[in-house]
Design a binder for this molecule. Sequence first.
Ligand SMILES: [Fe+2]
Length: 246
Amino acid sequence: MTANAVRKTTHHASQPANDSHPATAPERERREIYSSVHKGLRSCMSQALVGLGQVDASSDESVDGALAAVTELLQLCREHLDHENRFLHTAMEQAVPGSAARCAADHQHHLKTIAELEARLSAAQADGGPTRERALKVLYRLLAIFVAENFQHMEVEESENTSLLWAHCSDDDIRAIEHAIHAHIKPERMMVWLRWMLPAVSRQQRAEMLKGMRAGMPPEAFAAVLDMIQPHLSQSARHALVEDLG
Ligand SMILES: [Fe+2]
């Protein structure tokens, strides 16, 4: 087994591969650019996959709901790949030429898979009767593979890419990348991202994100964000948020 094969094999083990992960490097907390967005994506991927597994092929309403969740997920994935390619990979390549190559290749593969999933999704929407049930089963299994690949890919980003960014960028540099991504996202799409990110993060991350937003946006817009996420929070999370936001 080559060293690279060992690295790949051990990398996908049951714990984060990178010693620079904050869980094992408590000396100073650094800015983690992937954390919140990847939690949101993991939540969206998981819910879309579970929903597709539960779908009642005899019910148009059930099928439409499950396929709409997959459609939303695939759109988020396309946008996320673009954000990473455009902003994060550019910063990585400036720091260390070639450092984004592995993840860029993964992204190319993901784009191809997303196109295949969209074609399967269209087929499932168009099919009726027994063929629809078959199309849904195929879509479910292909989506499961896509989700598994993305979970592994996100771990590479959160360990290896984060280490590289921490070695070559200050926290202010990393925040500047975040701000550039946020400025690039249209307001209506930002609401969709927030719908998935805010419920998926920790209490502390949620409070920090919302306090930052409250400081930088009109009160009506902030109230709209709070209204939007309420149905997606548990009762205890809602109470905690009221406490944290004062
Ligand atoms: Fe990525």
